[in-house]
Design a protein around this ligand. Structure first.
Ligand code: NAD
Length: 330
């Protein structure tokens, strides 16, 4: 079986090359370039292509892939909002993903953003490097005893609940389908979560009903001085409204691993670019905002698990018994 990897970075090549030693039936080619209408012809002769979160597999790309003979679209990630599933179904292309490679990795990154933005580690790091040992402006909250509001208690959200509990926080949550396993978590309505939480961390998927769930109306329901963390998907938050909320001094901190405009930036070095008209640049201008570049998944363990499951997905499809829980349906 031949798989073409689009948008592959050094860490993808390393982790997949190591895993491929155990899959002699798979031949892989790694491309730096991302998938698009102008690069889809490179997939001719491959049964499967593999893409990541920022690749746009829209209807036109999917139909062009089918024309090249591709039958399997492998997502080396959990989210699938970048794929036109209706187009894939119509084109007869099976879409498979890696649902839960290392939920703890993403939750730990959410916690890192929370702790950093709360204790102003991003500012302290730079100050001390400039021989400035003053503490003014660095006051944070003691999280112990405060209330964490977790939106979405699936695999990652549950791991975040456990971390917040470990910090001594009261954990409340909102999920359309509450979990029976989290007996220490109090499930509340979304409005109550906004009202009560000192920290809000987003872990639900991006769907029609979660698009822009954080907007100026929901922001105004939140407590003053709340900390907001998003490691899920950028469009859960309406960025313009977030910026308005930051300007209105609603937040003591905001930690974003994902944001609406990220697709042009993620995993690229744009240090010589001038980001004109960019909401990213505006977000970065605020002293109480930390932005990372969609790196929640980036641990050795997660990369290894992603490689293994992606290749297992390919083999199972090739053998005519695709792992059903990893198939993405419309
Ligand atoms: P999951 O499917 O295990 O959990 C999602 C939870 O959200 C489920 O419990 C579901 O019931 C709940 N949910 C669904 N609709 C909801 C709604 N309208 N309101 C509230 N909750 C709702 O998914 P997961 O593995 O925990 O991943 C969560 C998200 O994290 C993914 O959708 C993905 O976007 C994101 N993610 C980010 C990174 C990163 O590197 N930053 C890595 C992996 C995943």
């Amino acid at each position: 079986m031949k798989i073409l990897f689009y948008d592959s970075k050094s860490y993808d090549k390393e982790s997949f090359s190591a895993a491929l030693k155990n899959y002699p039936q798979i031949e892989a080619e790694f491309l730096d370039t991302d998938i698009s209408l102008s690069t889809v012809s490179l997939a001719k002769g491959y049964e499967a292509v593999c893409i990541f979160v920022a690749s746009a597999a829209d209807a036109a790309v999917i139909s062009a892939l089918a024309d090249q003979g591709v039958r399997l679209l492998l997502l080396r990630c959990a989210g699938y909002n970048n794929v036109d599933l209706a187009a894939a179904e119509k084109a007869g292309i099976t879409v498979m993903r890696v649902p839960g490679y290392s939920p703890e990795a993403v939750a730990e990154h959410a916690a890192a953003l929370l702790l950093s933005v709360n204790r102003k580690i991003h500012k302290a790091y730079i100050r001390v490097r400039e021989n400035n040992f003053s503490l003014s402006g660095l006051t944070g909250l003691t999280l112990h005893g405060r209330c964490a509001g977790i939106v979405g208690t699936g695999r990652i959200g549950a791991a975040m609940c456990s971390i917040c509990r470990g910090l001594g926080m009261k954990v409340i949550a909102y999920d359309k389908y509450p979990s029976r396993d989290l007996d220490y978590v109090e499930y509340v309505s979304l409005d109550e979560l906004f009202r009560r939480s000192d920290v809000i961390s987003l872990h639900c998927p991006l769907l029609d009903d979660t698009y822009h769930m954080i907007n100026i109306d929901s922001i105004r329901k939140m407590r003053d001085g709340v900390i907001l963390v998003n490691t899920s998907r950028g469009a859960l938050i309406k960025t313009e409204d977030l910026i308005q909320g930051i300007r209105e001094h609603k937040f003591s901190g905001v930690g974003l691993d994902v944001y609406e405009e990220e697709n042009e930036n993620v995993f690229e070095n744009r240090e010589d670019d001038i980001l004109e008209h960019s909401t990213t640049a505006r977000l970065l201008s605020f002293p109480n905002v930390i932005v990372t570049s969609h790196q929640g998944f980036l641990t050795e363990e997660a990369l290894e698990a992603i490689s293994r499951t992606t290749l297992d997905n390919a083999v199972s499809f090739y053998e005519g018994k695709p792992i059903s829980e990893n198939i993405v349906h419309r």
